[in-house]
Design a binder for this molecule. Structure first.
Ligand SMILES: Nc1ncnc2c1ncn2[C@@H]1O[C@H](COP(=O)(O)OP(=O)(O)OP(=O)(O)O)[C@@H](O)[C@H]1O
Ligand SMILES: [Mg+2]
Length: 457
């Protein structure tokens, strides 16, 4: 039921509006003056406030201001007397959704009411999502305080967040590299500016270069006009370069120039631009090895590696597993409106002993599945949905059946089978395998698998 607070000191007018609104199914709470309106607002929230402006001793403007102070997302429509539109405009400056002048047409009034309610709802949703995001990247919500290594990492993260130092995050897939990168940005002085994330591996390298640095018209076929790059878009904010180990030598050189001098040059342009960008990079490759192999510039590696953060695999910080399990249990039961189950000690110890090759992401997906498939009060070993999940773990089981295959051959065949089952849909395949789409993409590339062949005809 949509609840409207209607504030109008003229008895006849108020009755007429109330009857009209109720006839359309709205619940209407009436207030015969500003003071009563404020009292009601203190007690509860409404979906919409409609208020007359001229009232004694507390006028509609004060009702508007109080509403916007206590309920940022609630919209207010003000009713102005004939011949004084400027005061309606004034009200809009203080956040009123719109004003309508007496006497007004009923239909026009109802349309305005409907729109204002929709806008309020949308505003509320955006606000909620924003809060959820802010919540997620608060340090308290990054679980890891139980293990000494993560404890140290989280301390380091909170220290470097407020600096402008370049950070290089490494770790296996699913260990939380992106989460840490976002936490750094969210807790930095740049938090109100953009954070732009680029997956350096997912684009052809010449395209990546123009995405990052921009280009000028005519610099290559298809460059039909000048284009700003992401470095410029991220000015004053943070640029997160994921899969940094993938970048081609030419881009490595441009990146080095940025890190040395803060300067960038667009593709096909001689001019130099200065940008103020904080760089965070992540990789699941061992960059030092890549340097030794000659795939990655040593000077760039040192420039990137100012603050190195290595996230250890979950199996090397098992102390964190129980807390992560409670964290995901909380999250997924809340999300699906379920009671939170307890976990029997033996089931817990099995979960702690598990290898979790897909790391925190795999654990999170596992708990989500557990909640979806189960409504028991206590989860025991037999309830654990291990058999339903395909993952790297299955490979080790197969290995026992088929000793002639190497680990990577088995991984490849598992990927092929899953792709086939999922009709070539990479997102679902990645979910089934408990790996990120980036990791899947990397493996597909590595094994030379053409996804096109698996798409349904
Ligand atoms: N310490 C943690 N506390 C809470 N949630 C976590 C933690 N670490 C990771 N997660 C969650 O696990 C999931 C995977 O994390 P994230 O995407 O940051 O991993 P990644 O290292 O970037 O993986 P990939 O290399 O596959 O891209 C996300 O949903 C993230 O929120
Ligand atoms: Mg990632």
């Amino acid at each position: 039921m949509i609840e409207i607070l209607l504030v109008e000191d003229d008895y006849n007018a108020r009755r007429a509006y109330a009857i009209l609104l109720r006839s359309k199914g709205y619940a209407v709470e009436e207030a015969q003056n500003g003071q009563i309106a404020l009292d009601k607002l203190k007690k509860q929230s409404f979906d919409l406030i409609i208020t007359d402006l001229k009232m004694q001793p507390i006028d509609g403007m004060q009702v508007l201001k109080a509403t916007k102070t206590y309920y940022e997302t609630t919209e207010v429509i003000v009713i102005t007397a004939f011949g004084s539109p400027e005061i309606g405009v004034e009200a809009m400056k203080f956040g009123a959704y719109d004003y309508i002048t007496k006497p007004f047409d009923n239909d026009e009034f109802l349309i305005l009411v409907k729109r204002a309610i929709e806008k309020g709802k949308m505003f509320q949703q955006v606000k909620f999502l924003q809060q959820e995001l802010d919540e997620k990247y608060k340090f308290e919500n990054i679980i890891g305080g139980s293990s000494p290594v993560m404890n140290k990492i989280l301390k380091l993260v909170s220290q470097v967040a407020t600096t402008d130092s370049t950070v290089l995050i490494s770790g296996e897939s699913g260990t939380g590299k992106e989460l840490i990168a976002k936490a750094i940005h969210t807790n930095s002085l740049r938090k109100d500016k953009a954070m732009i994330t680029v997956n350096c591996g997912s684009l052809p390298q010449n395209l990546l270069e123009s995405e990052l640095f921009g280009h000028v018209k005519g610099s290559f076929t298809g460059a039909i006009k000048d284009k700003k790059g992401l470095f410029q878009e991220a000015d004053e904010g943070t640029l997160f370069l994921d899969e940094i180990g993938e970048i081609a030598p030419q881009i490595q050189a441009s990146l080095l120039r940025f890190l040395q001098d803060g300067e960038i040059r667009r593709v096909g342009d001689n001019r130099i631009f200065r940008v103020n960008v904080r760089l965070i990079a992540a990789t699941n490759k061992n960059l030092e090895e890549e340097v030794e192999k000659g795939n990655f510039r040593e000077d760039l590696y040192y420039r990137l590696n100012v603050i190195p953060i290595h996230l250890p695999p979950l199996r090397e910080r098992k102390e964190d597993i129980p807390l992560l399990i409670y964290h995901f249990l909380n999250y997924h039961t809340k999300k699906s409106n379920r009671e939170k189950p307890a976990i029997s000690p033996s089931a817990m110890s099995m979960l702690v002993d598990h290898q979790w090759y897909g790391n925190v992401r795999e654990l999170g997906n596992f708990i989500e599945r557990l909640i979806a498939l189960n409504s028991k009060k206590i989860i025991e070993i037999k309830d654990l949905p291990f058999t339903n999940s395909k993952s790297i773990r299955d490979i080790s089981e197969r290995r026992n059946h088929n000793r002639s295959l190497t680990l990577s051959e088995m991984e490849k065949s598992l990927i092929l089978e899953t792709l086939e089952e999922c009709n070539g849909n990479q997102k679902i395949t990645a979910q089934q395998l408990d790996i990120s789409t980036t990791t899947l993409w990397r493996k597909l590339k590595g094994y030379g698998i053409d996804v096109g062949e698996y798409k349904e005809a």
